[in-house]
Ligand binder design. Structure first.
Ligand SMILES: Nc1ncnc2c1ncn2[C@@H]1O[C@H](COP(=O)(O)OP(=O)(O)OP(=O)(O)O)[C@@H](O)[C@H]1O
Length: 234
């Protein structure tokens, strides 16, 4: 099996001087191609910090963090930009652009990929929106869509470039339970079709069953790795 994310002895600190605080402690984790990993744990345990480090959204400081065979620890800003282009993000911070239609938002997921021409961008974005069940909503603006529909546009934008890795932070937050379920089922289906790896942070215990593996964090440490999903569902 191919390892796409390999983390060894990763430590992370925020702040400087007397305000310096360690938030990740000696993290070790290997994630294989095509796996769906859910990262759970109490608020403040370091889940989002770990996710953003893997996504190249902040710099890794100590230890080794390899993503698609690139070492991110000590990587330059330019190298991190390259890494970010290879990933799909389903983050609150990567919200949809309110002034763009659903179709235009999805196309943005391809705009950094210069080898794809305009016509192909259009075709792929249309197909992707159809796949997420929004074939009748190409020209809707985010404000005209429900929470679940907006999240489906976000998923379409994240997956339209067929990234090898998708990083998701609370993708079902603010969705009712049926919409949340639909959204993660869709992510699971598309990821399995495309063979992509998903690393997802969630507090939503209703969706843990989509994971191949659940990784639990507490106080900046991985406390359970490779836990059998059923343990969480009892
Ligand atoms: N930019 C920052 N500067 C300083 N401290 C930070 C920063 N971001 C996070 N922290 C701290 O790092 C720790 C881990 O935060 P993180 O957001 O990774 O936790 P989390 O498990 O994702 O929490 P939640 O489930 O509430 O989103 C917390 O103590 C938080 O206060």
């Amino acid at each position: 099996m191919t390892t796409v994310i390999s983390i060894q002895n990763l430590n992370h600190y925020f702040g400087h001087g007397t305000l310096r605080k360690q938030v990740l402690f000696n993290i070790n984790l290997e994630i294989n191609a095509g796996e769906i990993i859910i990262l759970t744990g109490p608020s403040g345990s370091g889940k989002t910090t770990l996710l953003t480090l893997v996504g190249g959204l902040r710099s890794a400081q100590f230890g080794s963090l390899q993503v698609l065979e690139r070492e991110l620890s000590g990587a330059s800003a330019e190298q991190l930009v390259q890494v970010r282009r290879c990933n799909g993000y389903i983050f609150q911070a990567h919200n949809l652009h309110g002034s763009l239609t659903a179709l235009q938002n999805v196309k943005m997921g391809l705009e950094l990929h210069q080898h794809i021409g305009q016509q192909q961008m259009q075709t792929r974005s249309v197909q992707m929106l159809e796949q997420v069940g929004l074939g009748n909503h190409f020209h809707y603006y985010p404000a005209q869509l429900s929470g679940g529909q907006k999240q489906r546009v976000t998923i379409a934008r994240a997956l339209v470039s067929h990234p090898q890795i998708v990083l998701a932070d609370e993708p079902t937050a603010s969705l009712d339970s049926q919409s949340g379920r639909d959204v993660v089922n869709l992510m699971q289906k598309l990821a399995k079709e495309q063979g992509c790896t998903i690393l997802m942070v969630t507090h939503d215990h209703r969706i843990l069953d989509i994971a191949d593996r659940i990784v639990h964090m507490q106080d900046g440490r991985l406390v359970q790795e490779g836990t059998i999903i059923q343990n969480y569902l009892i």
